[in-house]
Design a protein around this ligand. Structure first.
Ligand code: GTP
Length: 410
């Protein structure tokens, strides 16, 4: 049974003499697995020194350790390159045990060997992949099918502020910033459930609390049966780009001095209201507010004082309106207030409130400032240009009647 077991063992087994003088131990037995490993037949190996397997890549330091073990009669475990009969190299991991007789004398050495070339190559490939993932500038996250994080690279640690050890086993939820509506994550989940990859710019929260923007691609990884087992997420930091775009958008739509919508954005808003009025019959009202004698303020107190008055008026108008309304810097000292769904009377009251609030305030530098306001509400089938013309007419009227007045176009 023992013989059959050794003969049929998966691992290569070789037994040598215990002779450490002269040529050293020589082979007295090898099993078929050893013959298969080395390419030699048992007859070719019989009586030969195992040295015939060594070659240029064989590690001499490992061999020295082996010789020391043999001399001391201790267990040896090591790995190095050996050579087959055809000259090809393989990486062997082998151990050697001394076989002692009843008196404790070493009679032989038995060695069990295994070709670990493929395993080591696979480990090296894996190490290379990990090194490559760590070296890449994009953040990489790998999660299991339940979104538990299995791996993050150094770029991820850098981008998010979290160390790998802190996040392994967690789901990436801790990155959520609260900036995306629930529908954003629903879309993400649905795409992944379909097995599709999902690409979007995420606004996430850094460990230190600030937000960052990342262009992310999340890809499901399927096994041979088509079942999603993992997800890989690659993120590129686009914070600078997004911030710059937001700044440009702000500049394109807002007035630099007051922060109000600029004329371009105001015209867009007018178009939207006009569209709604024509399609749904939902009306809108306009107020044109113009600071009285503003030229004199500038002339008397200087341009900077004039700017401060403009800022104060802008703030007053902004606080007076509701969230869906738009306050626009329409011209130098002229403001357009667009009021979707607002009837004429309500717009009139609002204008009156704006006028009295401003008139009641005393500016530290320039004293009392007033404004004149024109009000009009959309009447079918006029277009926005016509409504604007009627509002302007009302403002002209208010100015003509002595300023600090509200005039309504009926
Ligand atoms: N300080 C300052 N002044 C501005 C700005 N934009 C326009 N203005 C000035 O606003 C003044 C507007 O003067 P006018 O159009 O004559 O009107 P007004 O003096 O307010 O007279 P009424 O409208 O008839 O009451 C001009 O002197 C412009 O130079 C600005 O951004 N800052």
């Amino acid at each position: 049974m023992l013989q059959a077991a050794v003969e049929q063992a998966f691992n290569a087994v070789v037994i040598t003499t215990a002779d450490l003088q002269g040529d050293g131990p020589h082979i007295t037995y090898c099993n078929p697995a050893f013959c298969q490993l080395t390419g030699y037949s048992a007859a070719e190996l019989q009586g030969r020194s195992p040295r015939l397997l060594q070659g240029p890549l064989t590690d001499q330091r490992v061999l020295q350790r082996l010789r020391d073990s043999l001399h001391q009669g201790t267990f040896f475990l090591g790995s190095t390159f050996n050579y087959r009969k055809d000259g090809s190299a393989y990486l062997v991991e082998w151990n050697i045990s001394p076989v002692r007789d009843a008196q404790g004398q070493i009679q032989a050495f038995v060695s069990v060997q295994q070709d670990i070339t493929a395993r080591v190559e696979a480990q090296q490939r894996q190490a290379l992949l990990a090194r490559a993932l760590h070296a890449t500038r994009d953040a990489v996250l790998i999660a299991d099918h339940q979104a538990h994080i299995l791996f993050v690279n150094q770029a991820f640690e850098h981008l998010t502020g979290y160390a790998s050890a802190e996040v392994l086993g967690c789901t990436p939820q801790f990155l959520q910033s609260g900036q995306h509506p629930p529908a954003f994550y629903t879309q993400l989940r649905e795409a992944l459930a379909r097995g599709d990859s999902y690409q979007a710019t995420f606004t996430n929260r850094h460990k230190r609390g600030h937000l960052y923007h990342a262009a992310q691609t999340i890809t499901p990884l399927k096994d041979d049966t088509g079942t999603v087992q993992h997800y890989v997420c690659v993120s590129k930091d686009v914070t600078e780009l997004v911030t710059r775009t937001q700044e440009l958008r702000q500049q394109a739509h807002h007035d630099a001095l007051t922060g109000l919508l600029n004329r371009y954005a105001g015209e867009k808003q007018l178009q939207r209201c006009q569209q709604a009025a024509q399609t749904d019959g939902v009306g809108y009202a306009l107020i044109l507010a113009d600071i009285d004698e503003f030229k004199q303020i500038n002339d008397r107190w200087g341009h900077e004082a004039g700017d401060q008055v403009l800022l104060r008026c802008a703030q007053l108008l902004s606080t007076a309106v509701r969230s869906g309304d738009a306050v626009v810097r329409w011209g130098g000292e002229e403001f357009l207030i667009v009021l979707p769904g607002c009837p004429l009377d309500a717009a009139h009251s609002l204008a009156e409130h704006m006028r009295t609030t401003l008139a009641a305030q005393e500016d530290a530098t320039v004293g009392q400032v007033t404004m004149s306001l024109g009000v009009a509400a959309w009447q079918a089938p006029e277009d926005s240009a016509e409504l604007l013309r009627r509002t302007d007419q009302a403002l002209y009227h208010a100015k003509g009647q002595g300023r600090n007045q509200v005039a309504v176009a009926r």
